[in-house]
Design a protein around this ligand. Structure first.
Ligand SMILES: *Cc1c(COP(=O)(O)O)cnc(C)c1O
Length: 433
């Protein structure tokens, strides 16, 4: 851009309340990240080729973009989409459905479908994501696996984040049927696992018990690397379409991909014994599922750049950021310890103020069911609850950490993060040094 255009862009930012000082500081940070962003773009290019190749191989055509109604028999679009997912993930089969309501549901279907009374489920990476507590029955819950006589065992990671192989071996017994491995740290205080590390873990588990089913909760990890857990031995991978693989366009849905027999079990559980994959109308979602998947590598790259930008922006101001500004990334989540309620509230206000939808709304802390302190959330999304779109939340308690993720474009993520810092400056909780 020429000097005049750059000046006009600066004015647009200023009209949103961003100071020159903050814009200059942000530019310095963003410029310093260019080599890293180039590497992210290369991964996006690689994954974009994977997606296009899979679509071409399966001869995606205009008719596949239309859906079915009623029973949804012979839905060519749905069947082709599932074949495309299977090709991208290098799995035998995949179930990709709008009837899978969210990531938690996808995980529940995969687990409940492949476990039987008397079997044991095992996590070798510590306690799984919060919503899994009630699926498993860690917190007593109606319809949990525990109610069906399926037990649960766990091996925690070592304090340094490494696998506790002795504990894992000790936790595997003749009843261990399925091992669940969570790729992303989610909102826990442990490192996110690289696909390579997941591969090492699966190899070890299979050496102890070759016939155990290894399932990976792939939420927030898709397309962050060039390989997926299914490339390193996972028998099943599971995720949500309102995160990475939906590319921001899928309005709902989830996927389960892996070995044919396990995916088939999941289909019979999702619909009904006897029906399996044969039913499930797609109504009007096929186009957004295909197009979202097509966009997903680039969208994920944008979210990743936003997370890295934020880590560096805040780290240099003295905040603790997890992951830190320079370590490699294996998911799109960023945590920042803001240290005060005012800081956390101001941060979320900034994210909200940058949104394309509901930007005029002011987020307020509230008593959310299931939490022991107030929670504040910011989201101005096209798809409700979508966390591949820029969103932030955090509980109002020490150390006042905000967790944020997403951004359908890098430029939007950047704006949101700059706004978050500006709101904190305006609230007097931080100054630029
Ligand atoms: C988001 C998430 C889930 C649950 O997904 P929902 O769509 O919120 O139900 C499970 N595991 C991990 C690691 C996640 O990030």
């Amino acid at each position: 851009m020429n000097a005049e255009q750059l000046e006009n862009m600066g004015k647009m930012y200023e009209s949103m309340g961003l100071s020159r000082e903050l814009l200059d500081y942000s530019k310095k940070i963003a410029d310093s990240l260019k080599p890293r962003f180039d590497a992210i773009d290369e991964i996006a290019e690689y994954n974009q080729m994977k997606v296009i190749a899979a679509m071409q191989k399966n001869r995606v055509s205009a008719e596949h973009l239309y859906g079915t109604t009623g029973y949804g028999y012979n839905d060519a679009g749905r069947e082709t989409l599932e074949a495309v997912y299977a090709d991208i993930f290098h799995t035998e089969d995949a179930l990709v459905r709008p009837q899978i309501t969210c990531g938690t549901h996808a995980l529940n279907v995969a687990l409940a479908a492949n476990l039987r009374p008397g079997d044991e489920l095992m996590s070798p990476v510590g306690k799984p994501y919060d919503t899994m507590d009630e699926i498993i029955g860690i917190r007593p819950s109606k319809g949990s696996l525990a109610e069906y006589g399926i037990t649960y065992a766990q091996a925690d990671l070592k304090p340094d984040g490494s696998f506790d192989y002795d504990a894992i071996k000790a936790a595997i017994n003749e009843r261990t049927k399925l091992v669940t491995i969570q790729r992303s740290k989610g909102y826990a205080q442990r490192p996110t696992l690289s696909v390579e590390r997941i591969g090492e873990l699966i190899a070890f588990i299979k050496s102890v018990k070759p016939d155990v089913i290894c399932m990976v909760d792939n939420c927030y990890g898709e397309f962050v690397q060039t390989i997926e857990p299914s490339d390193v031995g996972a028998d099943l991978i599971v995720g949500s379409l309102i995160k990475n693989p939906g590319g921001g366009l899928a309005p709902c849905g989830g996927y389960i991909a892996g070995k044919k027999e396990y995916v088939e079990q999941a289909a019979y559980r999702l619909t009904s014994p006897g029906l399996g994959k044969e039913v499930g109308a797609t109504l009007g979602v096929n186009q957004s599922f295909f197009q979202g998947l097509f966009m997903a590598p680039v969208v994920t790259a944008g979210a990743l750049k936003g997370a890295i930008f934020a880590a560096n922006l805040y780290e240099r101001l003295g905040f603790k950021v997890i992951p830190n500004g320079s370590e490699p990334r294996f998911d799109i989540i960023q945590a920042i310890e803001l240290g005060s309620a005012e800081g956390l509230i101001a941060f979320c206000k900034g994210i909200q103020a940058a949104a394309p939808v509901d930007s005029y709304v002011t987020p307020e802390p509230w008593d959310m069911p299931g939490y022991d302190s107030e929670v504040i959330m910011a989201a101005g999304a096209f798809v409700q609850g979508s966390s591949i779109e820029l969103s932030a939340d955090g509980p109002l308690r020490e150390p006042y950490s905000v967790f944020f993720q997403g951004g359908l474009t890098w430029y939007h993520a950047k704006l949101g993060i700059m706004m978050s810092l500006q709101k904190m400056i305006d609230a007097g909780v931080v100054t630029l040094r």
